[in-house]
Write a protein that binds this ligand. Structure first.
Ligand SMILES: *Cc1c(COP(=O)(O)O)cnc(C)c1O
Length: 386
């Protein structure tokens, strides 16, 4: 990157993403397909570069949340199968078909709309049926008293003309959470998923080529639920408390720089709201990152960043474009020094906990103002110096 432009940037290691993809793949049963979740700009890593890498590496499927995200990939030259996880209005059926995009179908009424639209065009739309087994979000209801109706509606959807039901899936709500109750809930979701698939086959003669349910939590904790395809997002990017279990590497390093350094007497108020008062003579750096770059304001006064020589506690309220950090004990840190907000030295999971959120949100928060710089080297070596 042009040194004069150095303010704040996100370094993305493509080799680390490839490493993670291969490591996850190696842990799967033979023949299991791999769908890479690249919604939300590949969790902030850049949907197009990540998708190109996965396409070249031999992944089987990609998933995005909406039509715009799918079209971005098609326009960028991605030819592999793409599944839209969310809703697409039936008015766009022709675009879906012409761009060879697979659409989720989550209710009989929607299946009818897509079928009618495809029929009018004389074309066929590829779909995956989504079952709601306990997430209570999108999907055919099939738990408890809804079982028979759910099975009937799935069969009816699959028998509509001009729809090609290639796959069926469900989504877990607590596969990534510890505890016997969460394990019981996940196993019940899985069992219901399998029972609906069996009933749809037995009562309607419908067989799906691709049954999938395993998100990051299930890939890690329930390998027996891999079925025909796994569907990890977070894990691909090397995050989550247990990513280390598979030897995965974080793929994003959010870096800013020290804009200026000032010395203050004890008793000086720092930033908006005067929520931090220096307890001693302090050497304070102004960092070129704020909440408009994605550094959540809720982290104010509750986090530290990696600088040459150690960790600098963040001081006072985080502003829109800047924040302050204590460099008193870090004399090596100078104007222009790099500061790692998160990455191999400063764990994103810990930062997320400090913010009262999850790593997903912090990755998605890195805003479009922050340039992505793609590396062809691995930076996951935790022992290397900044
Ligand atoms: C986002 C999403 C995933 C990926 O979840 P991770 O926890 O990041 O692995 C998988 N399936 C669906 C339906 C999703 O919406």
């Amino acid at each position: 990157m042009d040194d004069l432009q150095k303010r704040t940037w996100a370094e993305i290691s493509l080799p680390n993403i490839l490493h993670n993809y291969r490591a996850i793949r190696a842990s799967l049963p033979a023949g299991c397909r791999f769908l890479g979740v690249v919604k939300a700009d590949a969790y902030g890593h850049g949907a197009l570069p990540v998708s190109k890498l996965l396409q070249e590496a031999g992944a089987d499927y990609l998933a995005v949340s909406c039509l715009d995200e799918a079209l971005e990939l098609r326009q960028g030259g991605i030819t592999m199968p793409i599944l839209i996880l969310g809703h697409t209005p039936h008015e766009y059926t022709e675009t879906l078909i012409r761009e060879n995009i697979t659409q989720t179908v989550s209710a009989l009424a929607k299946a009818r709309e897509y079928s009618a639209a495809a029929r009018a065009l004389g074309l066929t739309l590829k779909v995956h049926i989504k079952l709601d087994t306990g997430m209570s979000r999108l999907g055919f209801l099939c738990a408890g008293d809804y079982f028979d109706r759910g099975v009937e509606n799935v069969i009816a959807s699959c028998q509509l003309p001009n729809l090609e039901p290639e796959g069926v899936y469900t989504h877990f709500s607590v596969s990534d959470e510890d505890g016997a109750d969460n394990e019981r809930y996940t196993r019940e979701q899985f069992s219901l998923f399998c029972r609906v698939i069996d009933a749809v086959r037995d009562r309607g003669g419908v067989r799906f080529a691709i049954r999938h349910c395993a998100n990051t939590g299930a890939v890690l904790h329930y390998p027996e639920m891999a079925l025909d395809m796994v569907r990890p997002g977070l894990l691909l990017y090397g995050y989550g408390d247990e990513a280390g279990k598979l030897g995965l590497k974080p793929c994003m390093r959010l870096v800013t720089t020290v804009s200026t350094i000032k010395h203050y007497e004890a008793g000086t108020c720092i930033s908006y709201g005067r929520h931090f008062v220096t307890p001693r003579h302090s050497r304070v750096g102004v960092l070129a990152i704020g909440y408009a770059d994605g550094l959540l304001r809720s982290l104010s006064n509750r986090c530290s960043f990696a600088v040459a020589g150690g960790f600098a506690p963040q001081l006072g309220n985080i502003c829109m474009d800047m924040c302050m950090a204590d460099l008193t004990d870090l004399p090596q840190a100078q104007v222009g020094s790099e500061v790692e907000i998160f990455g191999p030295k400063n764990d994103l999971n810990a930062l997320a906990r400090a913010a009262g959120t999850i790593p997903y949100e912090l990755m998605c928060a890195v805003s479009k103002r922050v340039p992505r710089v793609y590396h062809n080297s691995e930076f996951g070596d935790r022992s290397s110096e900044l």
